[in-house]
Design a protein around this ligand. Structure first.
Ligand code: ZN
Length: 268
């Protein structure tokens, strides 16, 4: 693991699009944090009904979270495949309310690339970034990332199983990561068992790849830290910054240099 230790992450709020996203991308992180005594809350935007019966997928998700030691879960109840088509303001407001209630120290979600490029993932990543910026600027925001090494090592598997949308993944260098878990031993076994409970999504893959290769494929959990910055002075968003919705600009009460400034980056 790089630079950040699990207990330093404090209360963790994960926000994902479909049942199983949370387990693939952060199952090890959630389990280690729960074991360390941290509060972990998981939010899922849709019930994944395009990938199977939504009742079954809900039950599978809860079994999976139970194995990972996560007892708090919320649904947003949006339509699978439809996240990019709904007005974002309602979803962002829902997430702001959850952030204000949970008061996470760390939020984990998709980045602008949505990891796999799935439009629902990308939409959720945009909502989360906006909600964190609005409701709790300064909260650590970790976005799931695909490393160069992993993408190269598993290129054959990823192509064979059509994992990524055309043009994806967006690869990042391992040196750019803020948090990189490479699971092995009991934590990896636990993650694989947890993923196995979401059999509607994983049974075919596990059978096709074999358990050992599947375990290697899901061992990495990589995150970059999203730090919205203000151009010019490169002032990271601090606890006294706020997103002024009227002018659509960042403002900061704590710094003489920060007049009205335009936010960089692709989020919002
Ligand atoms: Zn997904």
């Amino acid at each position: 693991m790089t630079s950040t230790s699990i207990s330093d992450l404090g209360t963790i709020l994960g926000v994902w699009a479909h049942p199983d996203d949370e387990a693939y991308l952060s199952g090890g992180l959630m389990a280690l944090a729960a074991d360390a005594g941290s509060r972990v809350v998981c939010v899922t935007a849709t019930r994944g009904e395009l990938g199977g019966d939504p009742g079954r997928r809900s039950a599978e998700l809860h079994a999976c979270l139970g194995l990972l030691g996560v007892s708090e879960h919320r649904w947003l109840g949006y339509a699978d495949g439809g996240c990019a088509r709904i007005p974002p303001s309602g979803a962002i407001a829902r997430l702001c309310a959850i952030i204000e209630e949970v008061r996470p120290d760390t939020v984990v979600s998709f980045g602008p690339d949505g990891n796999t490029g799935h439009p629902d993932h990308r939409a959720v990543g945009r909502w989360v970034e906006a909600a964190v910026s609005w409701a709790a600027p300064g909260t650590r925001l970790l976005q799931s990332a695909v490393t160069d090494d992993w993408a190269s090592r598993w290129a054959g598997v990823n192509t064979r199983f059509d994992v990524f949308e055309p043009g994806y993944p967006v690869r990042v260098a391992a040196s750019a990561l803020s948090l990189h878990l490479v699971l092995d031993g009991a934590p990896l076994e636990r993650k694989v068992r947890a993923l196995g409970t979401q059999a509607s999504q994983t049974a075919g893959l596990i059978a096709a790849m074999g358990p050992a290769e599947y375990a290697g494929w899901v061992a990495d959990e990589a995150f970059v830290e999203r730090r919205p910055v203000l151009p010019g002075a490169w002032h990271p968003v601090c606890s006294r910054c706020w997103w002024d919705v009227t002018s659509a600009r960042w403002q900061c009460a704590g710094s003489a240099m920060a007049g009205p400034v335009t936010r960089t980056g692709s989020g919002g």
